[in-house]
Write a protein that binds this ligand. Structure first.
Ligand code: DNO
Ligand code: MN
Length: 358
């Protein structure tokens, strides 16, 4: 298990590289060029700047999250080919600083969706919260307004440039079915996988968050069966998944440890976090501890450990604790606690395995 930490860059993150360096066992940054909109080429020059910053602290840039896929590619429009060419160029460019994994997603219009970014919990901490009834009855434009209006930072997936065209985007999907989306994903992969393969990079899709349709938009990476169907799209070694325990875990029918045990050799990148699911379909992000949420994180780590997992891991989101002012889900404190919890479990399983051998 190779521990990483998501970092948004010098001007866009409350967390510093010096702080990240002091979290035990973090070897690399999960990074992106956050000022680029989907479809744009990532210029080598900009990438080199991130590399210089990472080098100062001895972090690698093996994991990129995310190079976003342009909406025209997901919609299967004729204009997609130009955007796919740009995507290939970005793959070649991130390869030049040693990237090994590119996390991406194929969610129409909206990336991760929550109704409250700072929901108060009983202990006074706050966390990302999803209220199902609210989303079901909400005008998506209202959610966009709410999500972006109080944000001190631009949030990935909620970039103003992208959402300015929300009306048009929603309309464009009116006749796009799940099967269409699968086809468009396959078309995209057929083009980019050979380039990724040639550069020793694995493309790792992030599941849909939450793993069901929102606002009538199709969503396809939502379950174990979907992961199976996805992996069958290609035999390329460059074809894999970012297994996000919190995204898939928001549906209680998704047995995360089981999914890991089944597909571990196709998981180059793991997001590990917990969510507490309520009976009405709401969920809130919690500490990593199994006792605090609905996902058995101890068993998630066990599933990786017993399969000799050598991929990259990051503690996905965290709560906001100790009055930390940070971007939603991406503070320092709770993610650092999460990392120590993951190491604690991992080291204990490691010890147990060694004892068994001797
Ligand atoms: C949710 C987070 C997401 C994720 C992107 C990947 O679980 O990990 O923000 O980073 O959807 O493209
Ligand atoms: Mn995730």
């Amino acid at each position: 298990m190779r521990m990483t930490f998501r970092w948004y860059g010098e001007n866009n993150d409350s967390v510093t590289l010096e702080q990240i360096k002091q979290i035990p066992g973090v070897e690399g940054l999960v990074w992106a060029l956050h000022d680029k909109v989907a479809g744009e080429v990532w210029p080598l020059e900009d990438i080199m700047q991130v590399k210089e910053q990472a080098d100062r602290y001895g972090f690698h840039l093996d994991v990129v999250e995310s190079i976003n896929v342009h909406e025209d590619i997901k919609l299967g429009l004729p204009t997609r080919d130009a955007y796919i060419e740009n995507y290939k160029e970005s793959i070649r460019n991130v390869a030049k600083v040693g990237a090994k994994v590119i996390c991406y997603n194929f969610m129409p219009v909206f990336d991760w969706t929550r109704t409250d970014l700072f929901k108060e919990m009983e202990d006074g901490s706050t966390a990302l919260f999803y209220e199902k009834a609210k989303v079901d009855n909400m005008d998506p434009r209202e959610l966009v307004r709410q999500t972006t209006s109080n944000a001190a930072f631009t949030m990935p997936g909620w970039e103003p440039e992208r959402l300015a065209h929300i009306e048009k985007s929603l309309k464009a999907y009116e006749n796009v079915t799940e099967d269409d989306l699968w086809e468009h994903l396959q078309y995209f992969l057929e083009q980019v996988l050979p380039v990724a393969e040639e550069h020793g990079i694995q493309m790792a899709i992030h599941p849909d968050d939450p793993p069901w349709s929102v606002f009538g938009l199709p969503r396809i990476i939502t379950s174990e069966a979907a992961v199976e169907r996805f992996l069958q799209l290609s035999n390329s070694p460059a074809h894999g998944i970012t297994l996000c325990s919190g995204s898939l875990g928001a549906n209680p029918e998704n047995d995360i440890p089981k999914i890991i045990r089944r597909f571990h050799d196709r998981i180059p990148f793991a997001h590990i976090r917990n969510v507490k699911i309520y009976e009405n379909g709401d969920f809130i992000e919690t500490s990593h501890r199994s006792q605090d949420g609905s996902v058995n994180i101890a068993d998630v780590v066990k599933a990786y450990h017993e399969n000799g997992f050598t991929g990259y891991v990051r503690p996905d989101h965290g709560r906001h604790i100790w009055n930390e002012k940070c971007r939603p889900g991406y503070g320092l404190y709770d993610r650092a606690l999460g990392i120590m919890h993951l190491w604690g479990l991992w080291d204990a399983y490691e010890l147990e395995a060694k004892r068994r051998q001797s």
